[in-house]
Design a protein. Structure first.
Ligand code: ADP
Ligand code: NA
Length: 350
């Protein structure tokens, strides 16, 4: 079997928000004790949203600083940016030839981002999940911590791995580069693992503070909709105070949150920050009004986020250090990626 290996990525677009932090980065940090981890700033992915960035390199450094400030150790693990390791793009091209257009057309993120004028969306936006599969599989990563919004892309990654394993099964066996793995009831000899997502916990999907039906997102035009990792204590408190809620008190049980997405979201944020369950939050605050819960949530958010923001500022000030982390990480990632690609080229006959 493969040694467990964790990969995940974050795009260098805009400010990191509480959804990114609770849904992804906090998990990245926690996994370091039990796994080998590769954390990537996916700058190539960000071109799908906007090709011309004035400050892409600085955005990449800012995400890197956030990784480091949150507690990712770049000596024990690997931190780098995607465009340094061109094997990602090479494998993505091969996967573009493995995956089917129909698979890509079904992706809800593509449909959301492309909007009505789908014919005019970039080919890169359509192929985004193929590059994401390459990011993961070029390291033959076994686990990917992500927010709930990425679930469908992880399923597609497994589909691509499975089709590659299947299409080239004879060559994989002939070269002796396969590993036994279970696919349903069957045991097959595959080169790429069927990577598992690590999704879940109370903060897998943090919603907008202004609209409980939309996820908290970097691209939301309303600044009140999200808490940025770099927000100061005053703006954190203000955004929580202004967060949309309903007039009821908090329930004592989880069932009582049904049909109350805004309330559930704030409870999930509290739970994620405090590293407890939503049930435990309701045990403490059940029966209380938001006029009591919101200030407690604001205090907790400031207590947990202020040190991260402070570290981010400190680390961002040392640009040479950040660049050294990326360059060292890129070199180490490149060796691993090239080892995979050598075999992939052999399998394909390139
Ligand atoms: P965004 O979705 O904000 O543009 P990315 O695509 O770079 O950011 O996502 C980085 C990570 O943050 C991914 O693992 C994604 O699933 C996670 N994430 C993004 N938004 C949320 C959210 N609102 N709640 C939980 N996790 C999220
Ligand atoms: Na996302």
């Amino acid at each position: 079997a493969f040694k467990p290996l964790v990969f995940s990525g974050v795009q260098p677009t805009g400010n990191l928000h509480l959804g990114n932090y609770l849904g992804a980065i906090k998990k990245f940090v926690a996994l370091q004790d039990t796994s080998d981890c590769i954390y990537c700033v996916v700058d190539l992915h960000s071109l799908t949203a906007q090709l011309v960035h004035e400050d892409l390199k600085d955005q990449t450094r800012a995400i890197t600083a956030a990784f480091l400030a949150s507690g990712i150790d770049p000596r024990k693990h690997i931190v780098f940016n995607q465009s340094r390791v061109m094997q990602h793009a090479e494998l993505a091209w091969i996967f573009n030839c493995v995956a089917r257009i129909g698979w890509m057309n079904r992706m809800t993120q593509f449909k959301d981002k492309a909007g009505k004028d789908r014919e005019n969306a970039s080919l890169g936006l359509l192929a985004y999940p193929s590059l994401m599969a390459a990011d993961i599989l070029v390291y033959r990563a076994t686990h990917v911590p992500v927010g709930d919004d990425q679930k469908q892309h992880l399923e597609l990654t497994r589909d691509i791995a499975q089709k590659f394993n299947n299409d080239f099964s004879d060559r994989i066996a002939g070269l002796g580069v396969g590993v036994e793995m279970k696919v349903g009831e069957e045991t097959v000899n595959g080169f790429f693992p069927l990577t598992e997502p690590i999704i879940g916990g109370p903060a897998a999907r943090i919603m907008s503070l202004r609209d409980g039906s939309k996820k908290m997102s970097k691209s939301d035009p309303s600044d009140l909709s999200r808490i940025n990792l770099t927000d100061d204590a005053d703006s954190i408190s203000k955004k929580i105070r202004k967060a949309k809620t309903d007039p009821e008190a908090l329930p004592g049980e989880l069932d009582g949150l049904a049909g109350r997405p805004e309330a559930e979201n704030l409870v999930g944020i509290y739970a994620g920050l405090a590293e407890i369950s939503k049930e435990a939050v309701l045990k403490e605050f059940g029966g209380q009004q938001f006029s009591v819960f919101k200030p407690a949530l604001a205090d907790l958010a400031v207590e947990k986020l202020a040190p991260v923001a402070g570290e981010m500022r400190r680390i961002s000030g040392d640009r040479a250090y950040v660049d050294a982390v990326l360059s060292d990480g890129g070199e180490r990632a490149g060796l691993l990626a090239e080892a995979t690609m050598k075999t992939v080229r052999d399998i394909i006959g390139l």
